[in-house]
Design a binder for this molecule. Structure first.
Ligand SMILES: O=P(O)(O)O[C@H]1O[C@H](CO)[C@@H](O)[C@H]1O
Ligand SMILES: O=c1cc[nH]c(=O)[nH]1
Length: 235
């Protein structure tokens, strides 16, 4: 049965779903890495493709930007379509000097000011946490490649245009690796529904050095991240 935001038929979504924020990254990744990739959703232009990777069924579906948007897609994918492994393949801004553009950041946990789950957790400071098996497999897959990899805490922000440099300074001082906008709620939802989740990000810009990747440079480095996610999902 289609949902308000996904028109795919029930069996059209795989148990393993990769979630880029950008729907066009979903299209590119499906066309580049999957065999027999088929468009299964385009409601609101949020593309979802299902195909095969080394014989394994995989869906690659956009999540949109920010936790409220990701929450809609992740909820529907899990509760209506039976997704059991959800891996975010995103971009992030680096927050530590040693991290370079194009490096991979794998999120053990995600700090936030708030998430869409705040209303459920209320006074509880729930600690959003990656699935350890996926985390371990993704780190191993990243180490097999010639790419810098960093594993630790990230910041899932509600805003891209942030006006709290004091908060960034505190996070840098507490070892936060980078900032993005979705992983904390993905981890909350995975815990609530008993499924596996991981956030893998490619560093697209640097908050301390102010470097940024030119857009035509991004594809190759994003390719490493997609392959790491696929290898981790089926390890
Ligand atoms: O590249 P994606 O996956 O969209 O991720 C990052 O980019 C967007 C902001 O430009 C936010 O969604 C942030 O989390
Ligand atoms: O959310 C994001 C993503 C990439 N770079 C940032 O600075 N923020």
């Amino acid at each position: 049965m289609p949902t308000p935001h996904i028109s795919a038929a029930k069996g059209d979504i795989a148990e393993t779903v990769l979630l880029p924020g950008d729907p066009r990254r979903a299209k590119w990744a499906a066309e580049t890495f999957l065999e027999e990739a088929r468009l299964v959703n385009e409601v609101r232009g949020m593309y979802g493709y299902t195909g095969l990777w080394k014989g394994n069924r995989v869906t690659i579906h956009g999540s949109g930007m920010g936790m409220p948007s990701l929450s809609i897609y992740a909820n529907e994918l899990i509760t209506e379509y039976g997704a059991r492994t959800l891996i975010r393949i995103g971009s992030a801004g680096a927050m530590q000097e040693r991290i370079r553009l194009r490096d991979i950041v794998i999120a053990m946990t995600a700090t936030t000011l708030s998430t869409p789950s705040r209303g459920i957790f209320r006074e509880l400071n729930f600690a959003p946490c990656a699935d350890y098996g996926l985390l371990e497999a993704a780190v191993a897959a990243a180490r097999r490649r010639e790419v810098g990899v960093h594993v630790g805490g990230i910041y899932s922000s509600d805003v891209f245009y942030d006006e709290r440099p004091d908060l960034n300074e505190i996070m840098v001082r507490h070892g936060i690796l980078g900032v993005e906008m979705e992983t904390a709620e993905l981890y909350n939802l995975a815990a609530r529904h008993g499924v596996r989740a991981l956030g893998i990000m490619t560093v697209s810009d640097h908050l301390l050095t102010h470097e940024a990747l030119p857009s035509d440079d991004r594809e190759r480095s994003f390719g490493d991240m997609v392959e790491i996610a696929l290898e981790a999902a089926f390890a």
